[in-house]
Design a protein around this ligand. Structure first.
Ligand SMILES: [Zn+2]
Length: 166
């Protein structure tokens, strides 16, 4: 785990974000590195980093439970296999120009650019998901924003087509 100034000093012990049923591994996200916060907008709750990461650095090792279904809590590994992770990945917000990339072959999240304390962690859902459970308008603010989020193999649904025609 990277050293950081914001490490708690004695009062509050860092705990894994993953449930205790998940076998512990070095690199799993810890409570002194990340916090789950309400964005106050339609995105709901997101994950904020409490510590800095350098571009290219591993941000977390991932874990969860394998399932065959896509939900809002899953990351696609292959089309028929998904990682159910309601503890960490669940709270990664979508960004069309994200600061994280997930490598499902090694189950790691890497920083695609420098991350500062207080930054929300974002991934591009289209990087892993063929199909998402709920399509939604994207207001990520990136220059390349797709405006309407859907899986990489999906066309916009009816609401999406209406939204994009506006
Ligand atoms: Zn966007």
């Amino acid at each position: 785990m990277p050293e950081s100034e914001s490490c708690q000093r004695g009062s509050e012990e860092a705990v894994p974000l993953y449930d205790r049923l998940i076998p512990r591994e070095e690199g799993h996200p810890m409570s002194d590195q990340f916090e789950i916060v309400d964005t106050g907008d339609a995105r709901g709750r997101g994950l904020r980093s409490k510590v800095p990461f350098r571009k290219g650095e591993r941000v977390a090792r991932l874990s969860g439970v394998l399932t065959n279904h896509t939900t809002i809590d899953t990351i696609q590994i292959i089309p028929t296999l998904h990682l159910h992770d309601p503890w960490f990945c669940r709270f990664l917000l979508h960004g069309c120009n994200p600061n994280l990339a997930i490598d499902v072959t090694v189950m790691e999240a890497m920083a695609t650019r420098d991350i500062r304390p207080g930054d929300y962690l974002t991934i591009d859902y289209r990087a892993t998901e063929d199909v998402i459970e709920f399509q939604f308008p994207c207001h990520c603010g990136a220059e390349n924003c797709c405006r309407w989020m859907r899986g990489r193999l999906e066309e916009p649904n009816e609401a999406g087509r209406a939204f994009l025609e506006r």
